[in-house]
Design a protein around this ligand. Sequence first.
Ligand SMILES: Cc1ncc(C[n+]2csc(CCOP(=O)(O)OP(=O)(O)O)c2C)c(N)n1
Ligand SMILES: [Mg+2]
Length: 745
Amino acid sequence: MTPDEAVDRGFLDAVGRLPAPPSAGRTHPDEPVSAGGPLTGARALEIFGAQLTSRHLDLAARVLRRQGHGYYTIGSAGHEANAFVAGALRPSDPALLHYRSGAFYAERAARVPGQDPVRDALLGMVAAAEDPIAGGRHKVFGSEPLAVIPQTSTIASHLPRAVGVAFALGRATRLGVTGRWPDDAVVVASFGDASANHSTAAGAINTACHCAFQRLPLPLLLVCEDNGIGISVRTPAGWIEAAYGHRPGLRWFSADGTDPAGVYAAAAEAAAWVRERRQPAFLHLRVVRLMGHAGSDAESAYRGPREIAGDLDRDPLVATARLLAARGLASPAEIIGRYEAARRRVLATARDAIRRPPLRSAVEITAPLAPSRPAAVAELASCAADDAVRRDFFKNKIPEAEGPLTLAQAVNRTLADLLARQPGLLVFGEDVAAKGGVYGVTRGLLKQAGAARVFDTVLDEQAILGLALGAGLTGLLPVAEIQYLAYLHNAEDQLRGEAATLQFFSRGQFCNPAVVRVASYAYQEGFGGHFHNDNAVGVLRDVPGLVIASPARPDDAAAMLRTCAAAAAVDGRVCVFLEPIALYHTRDLHTEGDGGWLAPYPAPADWPATHVPLGRGRTYGDGTDLLLVTFGNGLRMSLRAARRLAAAGLSCRVLDLRWLAPLPAEDLLRETAATGRVLIVDETRRTGGVSEGVLAALADHGFRGPVARVASEDSFVPLGDAARLVLVSEAEIEKAAAALARQPR
Ligand SMILES: Cc1ncc(C[n+]2csc(CCOP(=O)(O)OP(=O)(O)O)c2C)c(N)n1
Ligand SMILES: [Mg+2]
């Protein structure tokens, strides 16, 4: 017998053995099934329907797999008590679900007209293009009308976002911004017992406690579906309660999955507690895992037959059937009738689902990745706050009247302008508020925009990014700061696995607009070593759809930051904005006092003319011997080198890429055609660095002329003067340029 057949048979046998309903003492459907409890007979009957649906979807998944039609067999069998959790919440409460929360999903769908959880799940399993959430890209629990935010299968990676949504709910209300969810919503996030140990879960739950401890509103219900095992590794008995039962600010609730009335009562109490107090709670739901981890999992390799059979005795469907029969709400025969009807319905839908077409082209698959409405982006990027609002915000010290600014000042004034324009825009990170950032880039913003919009976060980059993702999803516009590029690497999955995939796995129905500012790159005069001089961007460059801005000059930084904020707001794009630390306070270009690295701040009337579209570079000079292609610190070094090369009789032009993704291929090819020779000046590493992308773009577009690159070593940056030995230098650029210029075109 296969595990699914055993579970199927087990249910039918157990219900067949139930005693006939009592002739006296039947519970009326409007009455509670247990004295004083909130679950009525009618609701128990309804929620049982969701449990049946979920169970038959799991059974069908195994059949579809055996037939070669289905691609997903991780099921919810044994966890179906979570339907009673769904029943105790509102269908409009945003939910981020564990992959075993199928019965939760089915119960929620049953309460929203026009929804069909059977079809949703089956189309996902067979990877049909009509799958309403991911369009055949993944089997996820997600639905826009059901407020279910789709998940990836990375353990616990949804929890920082869940905390972010809960935080943003309270913040949107405080700011008077109409968000995506009702003001009094409860955010619910479910996860497994092994997942509760993941640092992402531990960090997210810690952040929730940290907020609650300060009495910040955080309406989050964490539901740990504890089946005592993660694939084959057991969770020590009592661990979840020991780890999370006594956390500051986190109210503990617990329930047994074989007691439907108890689960419903605990979930209702927990939901009411969170809803009223706007504080987080933890619901520990004790369940079993039936049919192994997934279809491919031979559970008998690591669990004995008695233990597996013991789980069958704790089947939550049998538990609900027992309750219904004991209260006289349904006879065993009626229960089996409903069970078989659910099976027929699922199998009929499955027969239809397998005929639905799959995704048919790469174009179709990638369509949701990088939505782009450049005209709307340009329009918003060129839009400032009303003049009176703006003057008030800047206390009449408007930035265009300040004279030439440094890059740090330009970013600061632009952030202020964005805050003035957009009431839902938030600026947050470590040390950004009172201190104004390690480099003073956010100085004064707290005073200008107030503590509700400019604030310090807990020291956890995953939490910062999770907050950004939740805030964007809720309808706010997050501008998060990560203190150094090295520390973005700490939290990358939130960008790569969560932020960048959301539109992909929801066909654009959900998005998490975000701008993530990062103090980046090296050249700190030997100070700080690797962690403050990180020059690794490879891990960002390969994230589909991610925008990577790399401004070098103050005027570009201002315009590009406005573009990023607009691309996030208009197209839901996730933008990483790499600010070169070494250029933050630079004033001069060629000689001391020349002010060549300063730029005036344009008045709003000039914003349309100075708009920088995504993926457009900037050319300096009209030399014809050689093109220097660069970005960031490389721009200043290249311009300085170019001047000396000109004096030596070599005429160069310099292209600042400005965007590392999307790369400005059009500008690159135009300038390459004008010069015929290309030297790439790349301060990131030779391996995985930007020059690889530029070389590939040149090759892809048929450039066959002389090309060379100078790039930083494949090394971490050491402390002191030794740093220069691994980083690109102006002398190196000049030498490479002279050598390249000797090559025939
Ligand atoms: C970050 C990460 N590491 C590893 C995995 C592989 N994996 C998938 S499910 C799982 C076990 C999860 O167990 P638990 O949280 O108890 O959930 P359950 O399946 O028991 O409901 C593992 C290790 C993953 N998905 N994500
Ligand atoms: Mg588990």
